[in-house]
Design a protein around this ligand. Sequence first.
Ligand code: C2E
Ligand code: CA
Ligand code: CA
Length: 930
Amino acid sequence: MRTGQANYARRFLSASLIAALVIAIVAILTLVGVTGALDRFFWETRFGFDQRPVSGNFVLVDIDAKSLDELGVWPLPRRLYAELTSQLAGSGAQEIVYDVDFSSASNAEDDDLFAASLERAGNVSLAIFQQQASAEGASGEIINQPIDKFMKAAWPVVVMVPMETDSRIWRSLYGLEIGGSSEISASALLGEHNGEARGAFWLDYGIAINELQRVSLVDVLNGNAKPELFDGKKVIIGASALELRDLFSVPVFGILPGSMIQVLGAETLVQNRALTIEGETHAVMAALVIFFLLMMTKVEGWAVKTAILALSALTIEMLAFLVQKNAPVLVPTASSHLVLLCLAASVVIRELGFQKLLSRIATISRRNSERMLGIVFDDSFDAIVILRQDGYISAASKMARTLFSNKDLVGKSGRSVLPSELVDGALDVLASASHPHATPAILVVHQQDGSQRFIEYVVTRSEMIAAGRNQKRGDETQALACVTCRDVTEEREAAHRLEYLARFDPITSLLNRNGFEDELFRLTDTPHQHRLNQCLVQFTVSNLDQIIASLGFSYGDQLRKAIATRLKHHVAEETIWAAITADVFAGVFTSKQDEDRDLQFIESIQQVICDDYTINGARISVQLKFGFVHSDGSLSPEDLLRSSGNALAKVRRDARSPIVAFHPDLEVALERRRELESELFKAIARDELHIAHQPLVNMNDQSIFGAEALLRWDHRRLGRISPAEFIPIAEENGYIVELGAWAMNRAMKEAVSWPLPLKLSVNLSAVQFSRGNLVATVVEALERTRFPAERLDLEVTESLFIDESIDLLFIMEELRALGCSFSLDDFGTGYSSLGYITKYPFSKIKLDQSFVPETISRKQDIALIEAVCHITDGHDMSILVEGIESQQQAEKLTELGCQFGQGYLFGRPMSTSDFSLLLLKSELDARRRA
Ligand code: C2E
Ligand code: CA
Ligand code: CA
């Protein structure tokens, strides 16, 4: 019995302690506004549940959007209000309240009309309100009340509404002390409040104010509203139009215009529903009593207790609702709910124990992290398989299931579903307790479609703690093997491709230069006595550029591929082939004893690959040039490549034989070429160039009619260098454009000061037509030197006709239009087609000196000279023979019909001063003869 009492006392004490703590917490929550906000939430919900109808005593004349639209002015003319008042009064309105600002005068006539209407009606009230003074204005409040004229005939009513902390309107005023006197509010006036015009009351938002009778102001004025509508009713006139900004945020209805809130106030009063707030303490007490009862009785279990507490909260809420429905009382239940909530929490904590609560939280977070790890594991980019010591799979990621094409790996024996290397690897790791550092290995998996996939895998070992069954021995551990695999097939293929590209030309599939050099090193990297004689051949398709230019790159590629195919099919056993640049192939083979035998072998290669190719239906002829070097095994790979390259460079330039063997002289020549090339660029600046003039003669009377300008280069160290040597170099590197322009300028400048206005012949290279702007260069030179264009003769060779991309005729015609003439130089040496002679505007043909042997007696020479003379006669051209050295030749040529000549017989190329002297001398001779 004793213990029972003590037990009770202890329980009571702990319950009291908890209750005190909870009350303190709730008090704090009240202070910070939590309960207030919650209460308003409950009230609003209760209002929403129980809507009561409006009384029907009130009508709102609404200054709505429609009225503003149709009347078109704001503020409305007072005349309209006068009319409205008269109409309403005439319709029997019991009370008329204007929630409209009449605090300033409009025009006197309208104001008088309105005042008169008020006077007549006798039951009109006008809005009066206070405005907060503006910040910069005087402190205190401004009173807005109707002007005196109206006040004399009407009553003032307060139309202001108080705003709560949640920025909504919950209450309305009975009245307000304004300017020293108590003024009744519109709500109180309309609601026939008899008490003091002071203080506020809580509005009953349970009244369905949205069902209030409303009629548009404009409809009343237009007579569209039935007059019976207002009979015996109390009418309020107010604005709901958005533009007029008389709108407020309210519970239940969201937003209401001020006038409707006034009517709601009136309704609240009329229906005796002016609410008061009561019962909070009762509710809290009820909650506490329930709690004490729970604590003191034998109710067991936290779940039952919290359920009872929750039920109590529901009951309190129900009661509060019933009270609010049947009496004008708002019960604030938030505090009692919070008390119950806190008490429930205390019950849970007490009964579950704090430890349990923590462990529950821990369990939840562990589950979450397990789930997350599971997702990470399953979605891992790598395929992961976990194997137990017994060889069974305990987990497998999504990727693993895809990689090993098996949907359910888990639970199966590794041997039955995984490649055996993997399982062996895993079991090895599991068997050895001290597992070495995990190293990745590669495994080949054969797919069902026959393809191979390369899998990189690594096995790691993890110890897992199995919960200790044996307390003494402690926790047992279990080893697991984690096999991480990655499909590296693509990576390996890419790496192989890179490796391949590093050594092979992808288009021809032959070795590239790199691969070829490696191969050469391998071949030459043998002890001296074992070395074999070797031959390295390089060949180029010299017209590849033209083929690509006319057919496109893909044809170029296919042609190279086709050449490579022929090489592989016909001459591959003996030769290692490579495509070392875009247009050069190279091959190395064991030398056929000597250079001549090598040459024969190369000729056989040429036979194989020179036949025409047919690519996409197009027939392609190739021009091939070969350079090769024979080695007794002593040449290094670089020497082999360089020497054969030199031979190829030689054959590229020199069209005489398509195959050239390397000779040490070639190297010397090439060296000189390189030197001249670099020196030539400096020649103009160093003033090493000058012009020599060679007389052009009329053989009939030995008179000089002009001179050919020939470039001379006297190098400071290398001495005189022939134009036959340096002009081709300049043509190859393009420098001829500058060089030619310089020669032209210098020659004209000198020729201007000759004593006689004779013709000047200047040599032009084909490159000057294709690169640079020849016409502009000529025009500029003519202008600068003031040399007459009619005296300028331009010598071009037949090589000009090769490049068909130049619009040769156009350029020549342009230059001819300036006054220049053209000569065809070196006639007979080149690509002579007589067709050219007539197609282009030549005025002279220069027959090459190779047609002028010492004695012109051979039949074919004579026939040719006669033929050319014949053509020139027929086409209004003249013929000039070059390289005449003897009187004999001159006579024979004159006899054959050649009129003009040039050669050492008439004068060697000479300086301009010497040429001027020569001219003067011959002039004198002529005069003397005359
Ligand atoms: P080319 O236009 O055929 O010039 C005539 C060459 O024949 C000159 O050689 C001249 O000295 C040489 N010659 C003249 N009469 C005789 C003779 O009776 N017997 C012999 N054996 N030779 C004679 P050169 O001056 O060495 O010029 C060589 C070539 O260089 C020229 O041949 C021309 O194609 C080129 N060349 C010279 N100057 C220029 C230039 O300013 N521009 C261009 N594009 N080429 C030039
Ligand atoms: Ca010439
Ligand atoms: Ca010539």
